[in-house]
Ligand binder design. Sequence first.
Ligand code: PLP
Length: 442
Amino acid sequence: FLKSCSTNGFVDYNSQQVFDEHDDGLKAKQRAKALIGEALRARVESIDHEFCEPGEEDTFFVADLGEVYRQHMRWKKNLPRVKPFYAVKCNPDNKLLELLSALGTGFDCASKAEIEQVLKLGVEPERIIYAQPCKTNSYLRYVASQGVRQMTFDNTDELRKIARLYPGAELFLRILTDDSSSLCRLSLKFGASLDSTDGLLALARELGLNVVGVSFHVGSGASDPNAFLKAVQDAHVVFQQAAAHGFCLKTLDVGGGFCSDNSFEDMAGVLRVALDEYFPAHSGVNIIAEPGRFYASSAFTLACNVIARRTIQDVSSNSYMLYLNDGLYGNFSSIMFDHQHPVAKILLSGGRFLYNTPAAEAVDDNDESGIEYSIWGPTCDGIDRISERIRFAREIDIGDWLYFEDMGAYTKCSATTFNGFSNEHEVIYVCSEPGAKALLGL
Ligand code: PLP
């Protein structure tokens, strides 16, 4: 059919290829859902809710490492010139780091503990960038002792500190970006403005330091691809300024900010074109990036138990407040710190396992059959609310389970133990990609 419609065999060949890839993608997603569902079911069904010990019904994650593998393939396809240095802060899960290490990524670390964790995996110091423009003195001495040379700076005080503690470091000048379209703005805190970069490069030269590159970050969860274009243009200006000071910069670090949803392809498209224009392959400049949420977000599903319920009686219909065993002070810290809106789905209700079925999903506001819920965390604080208002077609009761997808980024890493609730939750690993399994020796 395709051939008979075609004016040109090449177009047909491409569209056929796209179709096949899409089909493979769908199959992989189905495979992943089946594995995640099995893991969720086995764990939840293993709990005797009437007699279990405290903690046995705790919230838990299912992580699909195959999803991380697919994201890496997606990255390579869209940004083949850009080597990712995974931002460990986003989710320092050791198995996730192990897989990324096996895939050959680098790592962006911001503290001694992160650097130590990555080095322990056997990652070479050259694959680490200490991407924190304002570093702790003792951490600087530590990285010097470990041979981690690459690091960022954005101000004169930091340059003087580095000159004193680690003059042999390889420095990236982090520049300011327009991050107004991002979820988490970073330029309020970090980044040198373009009118200060010349002075910083002059001081670096005077102090005998080794500036090797420029870095930027367009803000975490960025939504305007043009922020990348502008930042690449600015970085190009700084490369020229550096050359005038006698530095031969060899690396551009385009930071993080990439989302894992469909916006990634648009974002990557704009970045690719900008790089090809301002830093073409023949310029010899290496391009690296520091993606975090792009790799981690979609790989983790969180399951939570309904520990309590309050019925709100109304003349026409009841609504309910549901209390879960996880909340804003726990793995839903992403609501507070990362401006996320996690969406609840029903995992187990009235003994029925509903994962990945239409019955698991919330219904429309105007769906008459819907019952209204608000969803709360377990602490005594009134701000500990996960969802103000959501409707499901079923009644949800104490002992039922809900699940939340896309819970891998900036969740468990910023969970606290407030009110005595544990922040160490089980992670059950599955792997829906044979390629990832092979790398991990599974
Ligand atoms: N690099 C730096 C310096 C950051 O501060 C962050 C996030 O705060 C990241 C990378 C990762 O950003 P994202 O998860 O949006 O990719």
